[in-house]
Design a protein around this ligand. Structure first.
Ligand code: ADP
Length: 462
């Protein structure tokens, strides 16, 4: 099959979250399974020679190669993409995001023809590439080159929909007839994700639990009705984890490598992390790690509420993340009061992330909702026991055997579960066993890629 993956971020070229991990890893697994894959993404400022080997396709388009022979095509536009960030800056989302990503989507379709890649499937991700299925079935519907192309939309997070004012609609180049309840209109605004959900042939989300949850009011963010109409075409496939990147056995970012067969050296990474974070070098104190966007979705509301009580326990906590200013301020305040308990790093730092996954004892991820979540899978591989709220992908991957899980979203329940984990940590034999079970969990991409291929086959028959 010929598969074109269109995504707004792809590891190793650009990343703000899990979408980039998926868009960068799934193609490898598809290629290994014998599929013909290309990727199309915007060319951001960070994508430059000599860091990446880049060749020209034409003025405005270039490519690099990853895997055995996966071409990653970059759509260029100085004004739209040559910026420091992907979607916004300290003032919020870039005001021209609708124009930026409609340009990306149309140019991606044009590029397929220019390079003569007659895709069986175009696999789009989140709202930023949702206009691809919309254009394919409207503006491009009579073009023979595109006739047999089918689309799969993966929703990584339904909370981000690409909402714009009605006045921007004409910039999409679509007929006003599409601006209604059956189309892209959403309470008087333009909703790009909704367009993708209506026009793509198959929809999936990144865990089975989340695919059920978003059909309900609580997690559907207003789109549950649209999904209800498409429920026969809606599936859930758990993301895999790229174990070539996340492997304690040959991780270059950590002090000591270790494996599930011999995890004894993990404690050296703990000491290294404590030293780096200027925390007391205490082996017997449980070290909690957080690597996360600092947003309510990630449980920062209940965590903030519980913070005082947590800091009064005999623990240490390393936090790496960026996000809402509100949480930056709350956490900075806590560090001032408890400098020997919390080490706070308000930035995006891949190296430190690896050190935290390897050096912590327990990984805190109390997300309010979590489409799939990678942090819990990564930490499992590093023998760092996840403590999570029972939702979405967290519920599909963590249970009493490999972690700690609570099922009422409240700070009290979070605190109680933390206490439970501390108690378990003190029982050396039990803890050793828990680490062993956690490290053996396997969420590799090959199983998920097989399921994606089945979805592509379904879409082809549409
Ligand atoms: P999201 O909802 O943000 O996509 P996921 O758990 O699916 O959450 O994926 C988050 C990914 O981003 C993980 O690989 C995590 O390690 C990484 N990450 C998040 N915040 C940071 C940060 N501040 N520095 C480094 N890596 C981070």
């Amino acid at each position: 099959m010929k598969i074109a993956i269109c995504a707004s971020e792809v590891v190793p070229f650009a990343k703000t979250g899990g979408l980039a991990d998926v868009a960068g890893a799934l193609p490898f697994a598809l290629e290994d399974a014998g599929q013909d894959v290309i990727i199309i993404m915007p060319k951001y400022k960070s994508i430059q020679e000599p860091k990446f080997k880049i060749s020209k396709v034409r003025q405005g388009a270039s490519y690099s190669t990853i895997g055995k022979d996966i071409k990653v095509y970059f759509i260029e536009n100085e004004a739209y993409f040559n910026r420091d960030s992907l979607y916004g800056d300290k003032n919020g989302d870039y005001p021209d995001n609708l124009s930026r990503f409609s340009f990306f989507s149309r140019t991606a379709l044009d590029l397929l023809k220019e390079i003569n890649f007659k895709a069986d499937i175009i696999h789009v991700h989140d709202w930023q590439s949702c206009l691809v299925p919309v254009y394919l079935k409207t503006l491009y519907k009579d073009e023979p080159f595109y006739k047999k192309m089918r689309t799969v939309l993966t929703i990584h997070n339904i909370g981000y929909q690409g909402l714009f004012n009605r006045e921007e609609f004409p910039k999409l180049g679509l007929d006003w007839g599409l601006f209604n309840m059956e189309g892209l209109e959403f309470y008087g605004k333009v909703n790009i994700l909704k367009g993708g959900m209506i026009f793509s042939d198959i929809i999936n989300t990144v865990s089975e639990a989340y695919s059920r949850e978003i059909q309900g009011k609580e997690f559907g963010y207003g789109l549950e009705g649209v999904l209800a109409k498409r429920k026969d075409d809606l599936f859930g496939i758990l993301n895999g984890l790229d174990y070539t990147i996340w492997n304690p056995q040959d991780d270059k970012f950590i002090l000591e490598n270790f494996s599930s067969a011999d995890p004894a050296d993990k404690h050296k990474d703990k000491t290294d992390l404590q030293a780096f974070c200027k925390l007391p070098l205490k082996k017997e104190v449980p070290l909690f790690g957080i690597v996360s966007r600092l947003a309510e979705q990630k449980g920062l509301d209940i965590l903030s509420e519980a913070m005082e009580e947590i800091c009064n326990m005999d623990i240490q906590l390393v936090i790496l993340g960026t996000g809402d200013l509100k949480y930056h301020l709350i956490l900075e305040e806590m560090v001032k009061i408890y400098p020997k308990v919390i080490s706070l790093h308000l930035k995006f730092d891949d190296t430190l992330a690896h050190k935290i996954y390897a050096g912590s004892d327990i990984f805190l991820m109390p997300s309010k909702y979590e489409p799939c979540g990678l942090g819990q899978m990564i930490s499992l591989r590093y023998g760092t026991i996840p403590l999570v709220f029972k939702t979405g992908g967290l519920a599909d991957t963590i249970n009493e055997k490999n972690g700690f899980i609570f099922d009422k979203y409240a700070s009290r329940d979070l605190v109680d579960t933390i206490k439970k984990s501390i108690k378990a940590f003190k029982d050396k034999k039990k803890w050793k066993n828990l680490i062993s079970v956690a490290m053996k969990c396997n969420f590799s991409w090959s199983a998920s890629a097989k399921r994606y291929i089945q979805l592509y086959e379904k879409a082809k028959k549409k």
